[in-house]
Design a protein around this ligand. Structure first.
Ligand code: PLP
Length: 468
């Protein structure tokens, strides 16, 4: 995402320009060189030509429907699409101009989520964010401030979380100058354990992070045990260490599929929760939520009041302007589906993921690590030593359009190479049958290649296996 330096002088002439196959016909004159790639164009072009050019360039992207690497939702109903377009030009921060969006819809959703997560505030503190990453940073920042205000420790603050946490936890530690104390994951459970947390916390710990569906394997941390542990520390040492739950993927699944499972505000130490609207909240990309258990969990001095836009308003976000379209889309989904609708959708997704896991298991090739029982995330490794790696299998599957990442587990389990499939709503049982067939054929192909002593297949190292 970070653009590397382009040395225009050294760049081959042909690489400085771009032009799409179809767009050329709209440009109305013979293109001698093309459209400059790295220089702001001197003149414009017709809307037709510009559209076609951008469209052509994007046609090289993968198909979002076949992207089994990502948790992010790729489809909404036409009525939602309509609302998105009707609201895409509204700036959510302009609450004076668009009071309905902020004061009604945004507030309604924050309160609905607070109650969905079994909190008891009369009015919940929380905010829409660009995604779970921003929500996590804001949640942890609040805990850093509370720790500072409490005077509990005087050293450099630290935050405790598992090696398998999402990269945004490391980002928080670095960007907000907090020591990241990372717990190696347990080989058996592939999560952190309460015992390990106990060994790592001290008076400077601002927060312990627990994940409801880890990015690596979809596992759930033992949140209740960690809650009980921190309760003991609270009584014995008067250490008021909060838990932040990263429910990016699980927060819109488990409240519907396992309402009795206690991971949320029912546990005393859980003081803040984030969830991605654009994952199983079923909106398009650009939406996360941060909900605090109690008003007291968000220190007042972090809330800014601004009045440039016509009315005094309080904000707790890293960004300022942004479209209100996804908040509106979230509201649409909640009204449209209700608890019953979300429950049905999530149960279907889980059924597809369990069936796919079962079929994968039947191939006899893989040891299943996560069979999509509680969250629609399937993780598996090779059963025996094979002549090809899962990374090679991943590249072979890409030929059919499937994007299935393969990677090594984090510290302590780093010699385990796994493959992960994330099932979303648009993935059907038919598609499951096709991918099983494609996986089997790809494995056979790689086995044959190896037998024939064909040149060793070396997939490129970059690009294809990004974890989202
Ligand atoms: C996806 C994910 C994130 C990051 O969420 P964004 O909404 O993409 O910013 C953080 N934690 C977990 C566990 C995730 O699955």
């Amino acid at each position: 995402m970070i653009s590397k330096k382009v040395n225009l002088e050294k760049l081959e002439e042909s690489k400085k320009y771009s032009v799409g196959a179809y767009s050329a016909r709209y440009l109305q004159k013979v293109i001698e060189k093309g459209i400059p790639k790295y220089e702001f164009p001197k003149k414009g072009m017709s809307p037709r030509a510009a559209y076609q050019l951008v469209h052509d360039e994007l046609s090289l992207d993968g198909n979002p429907f076949l992207n089994l690497a990502s948790f992010v939702n790729t489809w909404m109903e036409p009525e939602a699409d309509k609302l998105v377009m009707e609201n895409i030009n509204k700036n959510i921060i302009d609450i004076f101009e668009y009071p309905q969006t902020d004061k009604v819809i945004h507030k309604n959703i924050v309160n609905m989520l607070g109650r969905l997560f079994n909190g008891h505030s009369t009015e919940f503190m929380g905010t829409a964010t660009a995604g779970s990453s921003e929500a996590i940073m804001l949640g942890l920042l609040a805990h850093k401030w509370s720790w500072k205000n409490s005077g509990r420790g005087t050293g450099k603050p630290n935050i405790v979380f598992g090696e398998d946490a999402h990269v945004c936890w490391d980002k928080f530690a670095k960007y907000f100058d907090v020591n990241a104390v990372k717990i190696p994951i347990d080989k058996e459970t592939r999560t952190i354990t309460a015992d390990a947390v106990s060994e790592h916390i001290d008076e400077n710990t601002i927060c312990v992070g627990c994940v409801l569906g880890t990015t690596f394997t979809g596992e759930i941390d033992p949140i209740k045990d960690i809650n009980n542990l921190l309760l003991e520390y609270k009584t014995e040492k008067d250490w008021d260490i909060p838990i932040h739950i990263d429910a990016a993927s699980g927060g819109f699944i488990l409240p519907f599929t396992e309402p009795d499972f206690e991971w949320d505000f029912r546990l005393d130490r859980v003081r803040s929760i984030n969830v991605s609207g654009h994952k199983y909240g079923l909106t398009y990309p650009g939406l996360g939520w941060l909900i605090f258990r109690d008003e007291k969990d968000l220190p007042k001095d972090l809330i800014f009041t601004v009045d440039y836009l016509g009315e005094q308003e309080e904000t707790y976000t890293l960004n300022f302007s942004g479209s209100s379209a996804m908040v509106v889309a979230q509201y649409y989904n909640i009204l449209r589906f209700g608890r019953a609708g979300y429950t049905g959708i999530m149960k279907n997704i889980l059924k597809v993921s369990r069936d796919l896991a079962e079929e994968l298991d039947k191939l006899g090739r893989f040891e299943m690590l996560n069979i999509g029982e509680r969250l629609p995330i399937i993780a598996f490794r090779q059963k025996k030593e094979t002549e090809y790696s899962l990374l090679q299998l991943s590249h072979k599957l890409r030929e059919k359009g499937w994007i299935v990442p393969a990677y090594s587990l984090p510290k302590n389990a780093e010699n385990i190479e796994i493959m992960r499939i994330v099932i979303r709503e648009n993935f059907t049982l038919d598609m499951a049958a096709i991918i099983i067939d494609d996986i089997e054929k790809a494995c056979q192909f790689l086995e044959n290649e190896a037998k024939l002593g064909a040149k060793e297949y070396r997939p490129p190292k970059t690009g294809l296996t990004k974890i989202c």
